[in-house]
Design a protein around this ligand. Structure first.
Ligand SMILES: *Cc1c(COP(=O)(O)O)cnc(C)c1O
Length: 465
């Protein structure tokens, strides 16, 4: 059949509250023009993140009832551990309440001042954890990722010459290499097996462990199956096992490809490292057989890790994202190509060419999509990723100004996506009138979460004022 359907029926529903444009303006003003400050009930379609926002299956809800809440040695833990070991092929499993707690533990082992940790692109919490430990987080995205219009199939890849140069220039200062699959900040784009093999070879040459940020491992593996030469006949499970066979460990947020609302883990091959990590785990997260999770959460993740690998689920997931991306591209809206794994990325620099980077075009666009149709999205540009020049202290722009519309798993239907398309097209029609954004006040780290913003005055308002 040509039509790819949602491979599930809906058993439980949650009403959406409709709002007017006037109401939305008021809500946004009260939230200091920061969409993270909105009440979720005031959002019509919530594409802020795909993290923990997906729908659980009837089997996951059943697993929740089986949850064993014993403090030590709960059956839920053993089911969770077995699922992680079978899916990823990594032996020692350390449960955490979500991904960033796993990153924090990894940084306790490998971070610290004077150290450098390279990645294709660090996720914002990974960067924050590395920097909080005193180390420096370095991004080496492949050159192809900078051109948002090309259809290069593996824009998540690491820039190998840049990684090699970094390892040569900083011998003894790089404790581990990381790679994020899929590359979130880089547009939800996959990393190829070929690139991973080359990263592994560099790690072997420089005798360094490789850690994978595994949050969207199944989406990355599906895109390898679809796009990489010689992979089309393999199962997603099999590709996942090969991918992680190259890693010494991984950090995982179960809120993404764990199909759960909370949870995460760190998995490692080295028993001595596992021992140290468990000693730290008990101080901040919990005992070794639950970390930061309840028994029922571990059971939901164990079940979710199996469901994410189902071919019909992956086929539908990618078809629904491709559907939106292809329609936007056909109407000339600047969208990152090719369609990535979990989100639609608008290129705000090309959408709003009249706004300079320090008027945060991505945030300006996020505000307009909310005003137009109550859609909540997330800027991934100079607001989230902008750095300060270490020498002058001046703010620096990010490489790209993107707006991410993340699609929660199994949550919205095709008509919701048609509505999203209509809202984006409405904003596209009046793009020339859109105003920029300035920062009123913001913390130093992760400022996009809690910063206060305001809209800049339009040029003609300034001159008449
Ligand atoms: C979400 C995410 C994290 C952090 O996980 P949390 O569960 O939100 O703490 C790390 N890396 C990537 C790529 C992510 O998408």
């Amino acid at each position: 059949m040509k039509t790819i359907i949602e491979p599930f029926r809906i058993k439980s529903v949650e009403p959406i509250r409709m709002t007017t444009r006037v109401e939305r303006r008021e809500y946004l003003r009260a939230a200091n023009w920061n969409l993270f400050g909105l009440h979720a009930r005031d959002v019509i379609i919530d594409l802020l993140t795909d993290s923990g926002t997906g729908a659980m299956s009837s089997e996951q809800w059943a697993a929740i009832m089986r949850g064993d809440e014993s403090y030590a040695g709960a059956e839920s833990y053993y089911r969770f551990e077995k699922a992680v070991q079978e899916v990823f092929g990594i032996e020692y499993v350390i449960p955490t309440h979500q991904g960033r707690a796993a990153e924090h533990l990894l940084c306790q082992a490998y971070g610290g001042s004077g150290r450098l940790i390279p990645n294709n692109t660090h996720f914002d919490t990974t960067r924050a954890n590395i920097e909080a430990s005193g180390a420096v987080a370095l991004d080496f995205p492949c050159i192809e990722s900078l051109d948002t219009t090309s259809d290069f199939p593996f824009k998540g890849n690491m820039n190998l010459p840049a990684l090699r140069a970094c390892l040569e220039e900083n011998r003894g200062e790089v404790p581990i290499v990381m790679v994020t699959v899929t590359n979130n900040a880089g547009g939800g784009q996959p990393v190829s097996l070929e690139n991973l093999r080359a990263i592994r070879a560099l790690c072997d040459e420089f005798e360094l462990p490789l850690f994978v940020d595994a949050c969207r491992f199944a989406e990355n593996a599906y895109l390898i199956q679809q796009r990489e030469a010689g992979q089309s006949e393999r199962s997603v499970e099999d590709i996942v096992l090969e991918l992680f066979s190259m890693a010494d460990g991984c950090t995982m947020s179960a809120k993404k490809d764990g199909m759960a609302n909370i949870g995460g883990f760190l998995a490692v091959r080295n028993p001595k490292l596992a021992q140290r990590l468990r000693e730290w785990l008990v101080v901040t997260e919990g005992f070794a057989t639950y970390g930061g999770m309840s028994g029922r959460d571990m059971d939901a993740v164990a079940q979710g890790l199996r469901e994410i690998l189902r071919p019909e689920y992956q086929e539908y997931r990618h078809a629904s994202i491709r559907y939106v991306v292809e329609r936007l591209a056909a109407s000339g809206v600047p969208v990152v190509l090719p369609a990535g794994g979990h989100a639609i990325f608008l290129d705000a620099k090309r959408f709003l060419p009249h706004l300079p980077w320090n008027e945060y075009p991505g945030q300006a666009l996020a505000i307009e999509l909310y005003l137009e149709g109550g859609i909540r999205s997330c800027e991934i540009g100079s607001l989230m990723l902008g750095q300060t020049d270490p020498k002058t202290g001046e703010p620096l722009p990010a490489a790209r100004e993107l707006l991410r519309l993340a699609i929660p798993r199994r949550t919205y239907t095709q008509s919701h996506m048609d509505y999203v398309l209509e809202v984006i097209e409405g904003v596209w029609q009046r793009r020339d009138e859109i105003r920029g954004v300035e920062i009123v006040e913001a913390p130093k780290v992760l400022r996009h979460f809690t910063g206060h913003f305001r809209r800049t005055k339009r040029a003609e308002e300034v001159t008449t004022a």
